[in-house]
Design a protein around this ligand. Structure first.
Ligand SMILES: *Cc1c(COP(=O)(O)O)cnc(C)c1O
Length: 368
């Protein structure tokens, strides 16, 4: 068996590889998060030994003690980032160290151990090298990386676990929206909140998602695609859309300004959000982080000061918002169409990610 040794990870690839034909068949229309590549990386952490050497091994089910504390008290965090095929046939990931950093902020909030950023990134690099054939090549397609950490100690006492498991696996992802980008209709939730001050809103923890599903279900029942979250205290400030950050485009003195809610601790600090703010000025756009109320959203549209709204995140990059429904009535943004700023930002990000324009920010990490 081939065994290669990296700094932190032993590589023991599968002896039964999927045939080229089978892999190509599985990758024809992968959608999102339904097809998985052939390997995964696991790294254990114990109270006394710290992080052990990791292992790259065939993708497959885990063995978990039913008393594992993650199953009871929910110490579980995750990340999401992507590897993109490059014009020279290589593969690069987008800002993986930013994800490693955020992973540790989430870990800290959930009383979980810090994972050295080098282990996080080496795990991804090793997996991508082994499963390079699973990186799709078309523009908008990518290999989605899903790192996570769970509490694995078999103990029912309520306290931080003494054992953890870091897992990383990968999933080829098609262009998120087949048939082009389609603006979504959103429901502004006044019944449920995603995050409250002092809570876990800034952490990418599994529990935030568990608590959001009923609101997402309500949005569907109202004929909407996604839920828009308001702040928990006043129920007036717009915070996020589903699992994505939100932007508004204003027209101010002849130029466009992208405005996004400021990070208050209840919002998830998205890396796509940060990238858009960093890109804005070179595209001739203003950029602001501040509070935006639902009333302002509606008024700014009516007065013609707001031209677009969109959401952003790793999975779908940029999703325009075309229609809004709420207890206060319904309204349309940009005639329900994708606006030029959303389209421009989306193309710019995708071009950087696929290596079609120079990476002047040092965002791309070369893997193989
Ligand atoms: C992951 C996530 C985002 C987007 O973050 P990116 O780093 O841009 O992918 C936004 N909101 C929530 C709630 C999230 O979980």
């Amino acid at each position: 068996m081939a065994l290669s040794v990296l700094s932190y990870i032993d590589v023991r690839p599968s002896e039964h590889r999927v045939s080229d034909m089978e892999r190509k068949a599985r990758m024809i229309n992968p959608g999102f998060g339904k097809v998985f590549s052939e390997h995964m990386v696991t790294v254990r952490h114990t109270e006394h030994g710290g992080w052990e050497r990791g292992l790259l091994q065939p993708y497959g089910p885990l063995m978990l003690d039913p008393a594992s504390s993650v199953l009871h008290y929910g110490q579980a965090i995750f990340e999401g980032f992507k590897a993109y095929s490059q014009p020279d046939g290589g593969v690069k990931t987008f800002r993986p160290f930013a994800n490693a950093q955020r992973f540790n902020h989430s870990a800290e909030r959930l009383a979980m151990p810090q994972l050295p950023e080098e282990i996080f990134v080496e795990a991804a690099d090793a997996l991508i090298r082994e499963d390079k054939a699973w990186v799709p090549t078309a523009i908008g397609e990518s290999l989605y990386l899903r790192p996570l950490m769970i509490a694995t100690e078999a103990a029912l006492g309520v306290r931080p676990s003494h054992e953890y498991l870091f897992i990383l696996f990968a999933s080829p992802a098609g262009a998120y929206f087949s048939g082009g980008v389609k603006p979504v209709t959103v429901w502004i939730s006044e019944d449920y909140v995603r995050a409250a001050p002092g809570g876990t809103g800034f952490a990418k923890c599994a529990g935030n998602y568990a608590a959001s599903l009923v609101a997402q279900k309500q949005a569907k029942a109202k004929g909407c695609d996604q839920v828009v979250w308001l702040d928990a205290v006043h129920r007036t400030n717009v915070e996020e859309m589903g699992g994505m950050n939100i932007f508004f485009v204003y027209k101010e003195g002849g130029r466009s300004v992208v405005v996004t809610p400021e990070l208050t601790g209840t919002l998830l600090p998205g890396i796509t959000r940060r990238s858009i703010l960093e890109l804005a000025s070179e595209l001739g756009l203003g950029a602001e982080e501040r509070k935006i109320t639902v009333d302002e959203w509606k008024a700014a549209l009516m007065e013609g000061r707001m031209t677009e709204a969109f959401a952003c995140g790793t999975a779908a990059v940029i999703t325009p918002i075309g229609r809004v429904k709420s207890m206060q009535g319904d309204w349309t943004v940009n005639g329900g169409e994708t606006g030029p700023i959303a389209a421009k930002l989306r193309d710019t990000l995708l071009n950087i990610q696929h290596g079609l324009v120079p990476d002047t920010h040092g965002w791309m990490h070369e893997v193989c």
